[in-house]
Design a protein around this ligand. Structure first.
Ligand code: UT7
Length: 362
């Protein structure tokens, strides 16, 4: 897609000649309606799988996982818990944090819906007692939350909704090959959610600018091959592979490049002094990726929030979970300039800026 506003920029990574789309700058929004973050909730399933325990299940070690990824543990949902269950928990907390359970739309970003059909969002909306509001899923893997946020902001800008619940929820453990030691080391389960409301571009919490992009030429780098229309389970035969597969090294390189490029573009459009955020809340893919992105942005590593040590990589849930942890741990203060950036399967990437509101995470 081209960017009529002229700020999209063109990346140049891997197979990609993909462009990004950047929108919004300095709080400008169509119809003058900004989207303001006014509620934040998180939930992780109680069971914690430590590196030590994992190393008894597959051939790995705490030393390998910590040094290669920065992860110390991850939360794993029990077999009776599905993605909607995590989404309901986080969504309910976000509504409580927002002080109202009235929303006009529900968006669930997930790679691991309860079922291939229908979407998970209508079920979450119904279980939260939100009535017959529009509800749909967004599939952009680890970038899903930022895509969902952009979709929610679009509904508000178009005056289709005044308040939107955006949830990132994953039971990623469900699609991991039990024999895949690198996948099992990285990924965990969890959910995070925010409430957006229509507001003033100048108020704290207003989403300032977005940059989003994709490159489908890299779709094989992060994939579940079987179960869709290309290779249905029923006819896959010996080719059947129901598990998540990732080309780790290529994904690593792309993640660093794309997140840094997208972040640069969105910062340029936001116009903060020195293009400097106070805190980077990036998709928790790998601690080495977070450090590389911080270095490329010229941001001190300590200004890049980290909770991957406690929750691992939770895909679409990663950024809202990190926002919740940052808010609860005191790393985020009202008025802080926050940069979010993510990269995931698709390939997809994105970034978004906002000034942090006075919101209590639940
Ligand atoms: O979330 C969105 C996108 N995802 C990412 O951004 C993740 C990006 N990729 C990564 O974080 C890293 O590529 C991984 C953590 C997945 C893998 O780390 P790596 O340093 O790229 O390792 P590798 O896949 O190149 O494997 C190096 C070695 C291999 O052994 P040999 O062939 O050199 O003998 C692997 O078999 O490390 C081995 N290995 C492990 N060893 C112990 C892979 N996983 C493990 C493990 N424990 N868990």
């Amino acid at each position: 897609m081209s960017d009529p506003a002229g700020g999209g920029g063109v990346g140049g990574v891997a197979a990609g000649d993909g462009e990004s789309v950047s929108r919004g700058a300095g709080g400008r929004a169509p119809f003058g309606r900004a989207s303001v973050l006014c509620g934040l909730g998180t939930w992780v399933p109680p069971y914690v799988l430590t590196n030590e325990e994992l190393s008894r299940l597959v051939d790995t070690s705490d030393e390998w996982i910590r040094s290669r990824t920065g992860i110390g543990q991850r939360h794993i949902a029990d077999p009776s818990t599905a993605t909607s269950d995590l989404g309901v928990e986080a969504g309910g907390r976000a509504l409580k944090s927002a002080g109202s359970d009235r929303v006009d739309a529900v968006i669930v970003a997930t790679t691991t819906p309860d079922r291939p059909c229908p979407a998970t969002a209508p079920l979450v909306a119904a279980r939260l007692g939100l009535g017959t509001v529009p509800a749909f899923d967004v599939g952009a893997v680890c970038t899903g939350f930022l895509y969902g946020l952009a979709a929610g902001a679009g509904l508000i800008a178009a005056q289709t909704a005044d308040r939107v619940l955006v949830i990132g929820a994953e039971t990623f453990s469900r699609i991991l090959d039990p024999e895949d030691r690198s996948g099992r080391a990285i990924f965990g389960d969890g959910a995070g959610a925010v409430v957006l409301r229509a507001g003033n571009p100048e108020e704290p919490g207003a989403l300032s600018a977005f940059d989003l992009g994709s490159d489908g030429n890299g779709s094989d780098l992060i994939t579940v091959r079987t179960g869709g229309s290309r290779l249905p389970y029923a006819t896959a035969g010996d080719e059947a592979d129901p598990y998540f597969r990732m080309s780790g090294k290529a994904v690593f390189r792309n993640a660093v490049e794309r997140m840094a490029e997208s972040a640069h573009r969105v910062l340029a459009r936001t116009g903060w002094p020195g293009d400097r955020p106070d805190l980077v809340v990036a998709h928790q893919a790998n601690l080495r990726i977070l450090h590389a992105v911080a270095d490329r942005l010229g941001v001190p590593r300590e200004d890049c929030f980290v909770n991957i040590d406690r929750v691992g990589n939770t895909a679409a849930a990663s950024i809202p979970l990190a926002l919740g942890d940052a808010a609860q741990s005191g790393a985020l203060h009202p008025g802080d300039r926050v940069l979010m950036t993510a990269f995931g399967g698709g390939l997809t990437w994105g970034a978004c800026t906002l000034s942090w509101p006075d919101v209590e995470a639940a």
